[in-house]
Design a protein around this ligand. Structure first.
Ligand SMILES: C[S@@+](CC[C@H](N)C(=O)[O-])C[C@H]1O[C@@H](n2cnc3c(N)ncnc32)[C@H](O)[C@@H]1O
Length: 201
């Protein structure tokens, strides 16, 4: 019996933000992610597409820093929580974020419309990751970048950094991988492989 991925993520949604790196509810963890992302994004203002946005945590975090964020997720439960999070945010943040229901595999982005395509913990789950990356890269403006956060987790799920770099390298000329062992990002010590990829077409 095949499992519907949308139903699986819908089921994850209510408790999703409880993990420190998901909800970023702890100030130190939140600051660690803000510093990490600001270190690899172009200066704000810039247009960021957040694919598989989950409960909208990163979208809100980046809008707080002045980025316009166009977020999408295929899980209605995740989208609904992202909209609720946004509704609680200050007006200046709300005005910078859109959230919609959509498939990251075919996000329907206009060519050369984004400065950044950001995707955290989603590529590993895509049925055809190379095709998805090709579409994401086509949405980048000249000088734009792809920013991915992925892992090869102790749960058995995920993508190794080497495989991820290979997939992204099919569409991008410059691919940089940075490992992320810092416990501040995760709210605890980790032993598995977690990393950031920044790539330019
Ligand atoms: C591990 S969560 C990460 C959420 C968010 N990016 C974050 O880092 O907090 C994976 C998210 O990707 C979404 N997702 C997985 N595959 C997707 C797809 N093909 N299209 C859109 N969303 C997808 C899931 O619904 C879920 O919200």
């Amino acid at each position: 019996m095949s499992v519907d991925p949308v139903a699986l993520w819908d089921a994850e949604a209510p408790a999703f933000d409880e993990a420190p790196d998901h909800g970023l509810l702890d100030a130190d963890v939140r600051a660690a992610w803000r510093d990490l992302l600001l270190g690899v994004l172009p200066p704000a203002p810039a247009d960021v597409v957040d694919l598989g946005c989950g409960t909208g945590t990163l979208a809100v975090l980046l809008a707080e820093q002045g980025y316009a964020v166009h977020a999408l997720d295929f899980s209605p439960a995740m989208v609904s929580l992202a909209c609720a999070k946004l509704a609680d945010a200050p007006r200046r943040v709300r005005d910078l974020v859109t959230v919609r229901d959509g498939d990251a595999a075919e996000p329907g982005l206009a060519p050369a419309s984004a400065d950044v395509v950001l995707c955290r913990h989603v590529l590993w789950a895509m049925p055809d990751p190379a095709l998805a990356v090709r579409r994401w890269v086509a949405a980048l403006r000249p000088g734009g970048r792809l920013v991915l956060v992925e892992g090869d987790w102790s749960t058995g799920a995920g993508l190794t950094a080497a495989r991820c770099a290979e997939i992204v390298g099919e569409s991008c000329a410059r691919v940089q991988v940075r490992h992320l062992p810092d416990p501040r990002l995760w709210g605890r010590e980790i032993t598995d492989e977690r990393y950031l990829v920044v790539a330019h077409p």
